[in-house]
Design a protein. Structure first.
Length: 173
């Protein structure tokens, strides 16, 4: 369960791969830009966007708590790449945290309310909250930035596996 200096523990790996799955699902929302979402992905996967985003917000809060708790037990990058690795992971965590928060802000700010999985947490309203909608409007921009960060994260994992041939990727598998 616990992380070690050589490998991430079960819970860290479960959170990593569970969030990878949920975030990949969330990226399906980009397909709404094709034919205004009138296709299988838009009708079956993207329709869960608010619910999955709410779940990701809970996961990232728990994941941050868990990462802080495991901080001194986790595998550490080598000294030469430490700053880049910490910056990359920090930006990933920031994106995973800010993206659902801005999603909530745009939903409430535009008066849509918030009802993940059909559970009404905030009722819809005819009144918009301009400042929330304004901050929430960066949601899509952050999604694109997170997509680029995720692609970079995957590329670096593959680089470590197939070019450097070290055990970095194995720590999370």
């Amino acid at each position: 369960m616990q992380d070690t200096k050589t490998r991430y523990g079960f819970l860290s790996r479960l959170l990593h791969w569970g969030m990878a799955f949920l975030i990949t699902w969330q990226f399906m929302k980009f397909f709404d830009r094709i034919n205004e979402g009138e296709h299988w992905i838009g009708e079956n996967l993207a329709s869960w966007h608010v619910s999955i985003g709410s779940l990701i917000l809970l996961f990232i809060l728990f994941r941050l708590f868990w990462a802080i708790k495991q901080k001194n037990k986790r595998p550490q990058p080598d000294a030469a790449s430490r700053i880049a690795v910490k910056a990359g992971h920090g930006l990933l965590y920031l994106g995973m945290l800010v993206l659902p928060i801005t999603g909530v802000m745009i939903m409430i700010g535009k008066g849509y309310g918030l009802d993940p999985f059909g559970i009404e947490l905030v009722a819809g309203s005819e009144n918009e909250i301009a400042w929330m909608a304004a901050i929430g409007s960066i949601h899509s921009l952050i999604a694109w930035a997170l997509l680029i960060l995720v692609a970079g994260h995957i590329a670096m994992a593959l680089y470590h596996r197939f070019v450097k041939k070290d055990d970095v990727m194995q720590r999370m598998l």
